[in-house]
Design a protein around this ligand. Structure first.
Ligand SMILES: [Zn+2]
Length: 290
């Protein structure tokens, strides 16, 4: 029994003493720097047919998580696979935890290893990750001196990234391209610029598709309800014209009869007058002819 307790104690102790790289060097912040390096720096090297010099801190070979990143396989937004043991995970974060727990030997160690998160101040990780929002007071209270120090640190770091075998002119040109790409945002006017939203159109299409789906469901249930639970179909109401003679209420018929009799009397009383006039005219005509 004591052996079991001893084994459990040693296991707990071993897990406690295991190096927790995920907390000492945050992977999410490293990812921001790594993505910026691959988006802005790597194309410059590829275009000039150059390689990262070994002394450059952003050389992918020095990235402590670089090897594990290469062993990730994403088969969809919710399917991440470890290419070392083949296990699959729903999120990248759980795969990162798996790397920490199961494959710490793939994490680069030694004096040349670089935790990219250490350069987050010049790569603006907090802005890109949305931790710091570009609110009015932050922009107004921006410290120019602090920004200048970051800019200087950025330029110093990039000096190590220019390949040594270039001519002085090529060296200066390439160095200017690197600093323009990485350090230009370290200014109070540009520090709060955020990268364009990825998948903005995709989000809009998702919202539109959701709206159409809800509308279709409402129409479907409306039609189903009218079909199964209502006697009268809602979309097929016909207007039936009533050609029958109007039915008047009792008493109104008497009024109508009196009205018609009055009109007949008026008509008859007007006819003799017309006839008498006509007869008088005829008599007058006969007298004049006689
Ligand atoms: Zn694995």
């Amino acid at each position: 029994m004591n052996e079991i307790y001893t084994f459990a104690l040693l296991t707990t102790l071993a897990s406690t003493l295991r190096p927790t790289y995920g907390t000492s060097c945050p992977r999410d912040r490293c990812r921001v720097v790594r993505n910026t390096v691959f988006d802005l720096m790597v194309p410059l090297y590829q275009k000039a047919n150059l390689k990262f010099p070994p002394q450059c801190p952003f050389n992918p070979d020095h990235d402590i998580y670089g090897e594990q990143e290469n062993l990730k396989q994403m088969d969809g937004p919710s399917h991440w696979m470890c290419n070392i043991c083949g296990k699959a995970f729903y999120t990248e974060k759980t795969l990162d935890q798996h790397f920490d727990n199961r494959h710490p030997e793939q994490i680069k160690k030694g004096p040349t290893s670089v935790c990219l998160a250490d350069y987050c101040d010049i790569f603006r990780c907090d802005i890109i990750m949305g931790i710091k929002k570009p609110d009015y007071w932050s922009m107004v209270m921006c410290k120019h001196e602090e920004m200048k120090n970051k800019h200087t640190k950025c330029k110093e770091s990039l000096k190590k990234c220019v390949p040594p075998d270039l001519s002085s002119i090529q060296n200066r040109e390439f160095y200017n391209k690197l600093t323009d790409a990485i350090c230009s945002k370290l200014d109070c006017d540009k520090y709060w610029d955020t990268p364009p939203e990825e998948g903005g159109i995709g989000l809009f299409l998702y919202i539109l598709a959701g709206f159409i789906l809800v509308l279709a469901l409402i129409i479907y249930y409306f039609v189903a309800y009218s079909h199964f639970y209502s006697d009268e179909p809602i979309f097929a109401q016909h207007v039936v014209e009533d050609h029958r003679a109007p039915v008047y209420p009792p008493g109104s018929q008497e009024i109508r009869n009196r009205f018609q009799q009055t009109r007949i009397k008026q008509h008859n009383s007007s006819r003799p007058i017309m006839n008498s006039n006509k007869t008088g005219d005829q008599a007058h005509l006969r007298q004049s002819m006689g």
